[in-house]
Structure formats: C-alpha cells, structure tokens
Design a protein around this ligand. Sequence first.
Ligand SMILES: Cc1cc2nc3c(=O)[nH]c(=O)nc-3n(C[C@H](O)[C@H](O)[C@H](O)COP(=O)(O)OP(=O)(O)OC[C@H]3O[C@@H](n4cnc5c(N)ncnc54)[C@H](O)[C@@H]3O)c2cc1C
Length: 377
Amino acid sequence: MMNDNSDIDEYYDVVIVGAGPAGIGVGILLQKLGIEHVILEKTSIGESFKKWPVETRFISPSFTGNFFKMPDLNAITPGTSPAFSLLTEHPTGEDYVEYLEALAKYYDLPIKTEVCVNTVQKNADSFVLATSKGEYKSTYVIWAAGEYQYPNKDTFEGAHLCTHYSEVDSFAELEGDEHIVIGAYESGFDAMVSLIRARKIVTLLDDADYLNLVKSDSSYSLAPFTRDRIEYVADLYDYYTETKVTSVDFIDGSYIVKTANDHTFTSPQKPINCTGFASSLTLVKDSFEFKNDYPLLNDFDESTKTKNLFLVGPQVKHKNALFCFIYKYRQRFAIVAEKIAKRMKVPAKTIEKELKEYKDNNFYLTDLSCCDDECTC
Ligand SMILES: Cc1cc2nc3c(=O)[nH]c(=O)nc-3n(C[C@H](O)[C@H](O)[C@H](O)COP(=O)(O)OP(=O)(O)OC[C@H]3O[C@@H](n4cnc5c(N)ncnc54)[C@H](O)[C@@H]3O)c2cc1C
C-alpha cells in the first residue's frame, strides 16, 4: 500500500474513490487485469465499518460455500470468505475491516489513505479530482465512496436535532434510559434491539408497517436475521406503525416529536434518526442524471451523463434491481472492470482469463431480469 502523496499531479489510468468493499473489490480485479490505478481513501480502509456502532453486526450471513461455487455472501472476491478468515457468521464492523485490510495487503493494492476527494471535473477526455492533498488526474473514475458517511439529515423538520444512526458509537453507552427511534427499517430495528439489550425503553416509530411487509428481495423487506432478533425482544418495545414523523423540536429541555397522524412523543434524550443516507453521490451529483433519487447508469454502470465515470456499490440500481448488499453489487465489479479493460485495449485473452473465475462463481451479472420475480415459497 502507498501512503505518501509525493506523486500528486501524476496521471493515472483509473482513480477509484473510496476503500470500502466496493472500491477494494473492483480494485482487486483491475490489479488482476494489470490496469494501472490508485484508490483514494478519505480516512482509512473500511472506514464506514469502523464507524458502525459496536453492537451492529452484518445481517447477511457469512458461510464458507465457496468450494461449491456459492461464495460467502459477504465476500468481495470469488476466492475469499469472511466466514473462513473471521470465523463468525455475522461479523461486526471491526471484524469486516480485518477482512478488507487482509485483502488490500494480499493484493498489494495502491491505496492512498487520508486523501479526501472533494470534486470531480471532466475536461475533454480526462478527469481532474480536487482532493485534500491536491489534484489527481485520470482517464477513468470509479466512484465507490458509499453512503454511510453521508447521513440524510433532511427527512423531516428538525432532523438535525436528532442523533443519526451513523453517529452512534455504542447504543449501550447512549445517555438516558428511554429512547425514541425514528424509522423502522434495518437500521431502526437494529437500534431498537441493541437499546433493549442494554435494558433501555424504546418507542419505535415506523412510517409504514415494515414488520408485516414480506418480499423475497432482501432490499425491500427485513432480513431473517433482523426478524429473529426482533422476535427475541417482542413485547419489550412500543411500536407505532403508519406513524410518519413530521417534525422534531427542542423545547424546555425536551425533544418533542410530532407525526402526520397527530401523535406527539416527548423525550429528554435526542431521538435517534434511522431514516437513511443521502449518499456520497451528493459530491458528484452534476456528473450524473437522476431518476427517483437513483443515478441513471448504462449497462456497464457508467454515468449516462459523463463518459468513463463508473459507479460501484449500494447506490447502483437498474429498474427494480437495487444492488444495496455486497452479494448483489459485487456482481457488477467485473462488468465495470471489463468495460474499462476493453476501452484500454487490454488483450482479450487476459480479460477472458481473469474474468473466468468471476463468471463461474456468480460474480458477473448481466441479465437484470432475474431480480424482478417473487420466490415461489
Ligand atoms: C447498519 C448497517 C448494516 C449493514 N449490513 C449489511 C450486511 O449485512 N450486508 C451487506 O451486504 N451490506 C450491509 N450494509 C450495507 C453496507 O454497509 C454497504 O453495502 C457497504 O458499506 C457499501 O460499501 P461501499 O464500499 O460502497 O461504501 P463504504 O463502506 O461506505 O466505503 C466507502 C469508502 O469511501 C470513503 N470515502 C467516502 N467519501 C470519500 C471521499 N469524498 N473521498 C475519498 N474517500 C471517500 C469512506 O471513508 C469509505 O472508506 C449495512 C449497512 C448498514 C448501515
């Protein structure tokens, strides 16, 4: 790994922004294809996972299915398995950082840490990336800066008065014994379970009825791991469905939470906002076209607006197929890497050889119609 910044202003074929699972996953494939690149990381490898609350664990299970061509759901290469290296089914954020660091070291990835990309500009055929350490230039940019460090603090009036899920270090360590949790999808239920395990009293406000919504795609329905944990704490929390928060105020030492269905809740503690993330794409929003908050991408996950700017990670969406889990978006690393390799005229034999393992192990998804069906049972 590289950490000095002495070569700023050098020209790279590819700059990857972000050293999380998406950036590292696609970087490994570029390395295998012999494509010169650099990975610019704002802080350190797997930083978003370092920022997870200590209680949070992966909801998608890790299991060593690799030998039977069913790679561990949380693996970012076909040949590795967090279950094998971490010896746990539901890794913590810190566990997963260990996995990412091991891969970065093994593949000797060119990662520069402590380099924050502030803007990306396209000039004729090249990109100029303005960073905290000066300018970088490249022919291709792969955006992999994720969502977690870009919380959405705009979902209701006074949201800035709340503690966002991503700002919690530990639910057990939060001050006070009673908490209002706003938003009841994965992070809201996760917050609720962790608070109850810490013997706190929880009121959970759900703008829909996520507990009763069952879909066969994990992007649209609570995961089994979450449901198991909820069942364990059933009846220990107050749960309000169809209760959309409209505002939070702070008056005379109390937080006042108002909802669209005319409920008012009060608490001396800051409510916990679990309504989601704004995404790092806010930094490069002018380089993409958007529809319903998702960036428009062509068949190779390239911006429809800016040629040679690619997106990897959980913000990738094609029609109803939302690639928000690792086991989903890892299937697009090879699509992006292959497109760049072809444009750079990497020999076809090299591309075929390096992509074979990805294609053989469900790490290469081109037919997106697969993602529209419900399970039969
Ligand atoms: C509570 C919770 C539980 C989850 N559980 C699961 C799960 O069980 N399974 C699963 O598949 N997914 C899960 N996810 C989603 C998972 O976190 C994401 O899939 C994953 O983090 C996305 O990886 P990424 O590399 O795109 O983004 P990140 O992991 O956020 O990595 C982005 C990297 O880019 C860096 N960066 C950001 N901005 C810049 C910048 N401007 N310049 C340079 N670098 C920058 C960051 O520091 C970070 O290291 C969960 C998410 C949450 C919030």
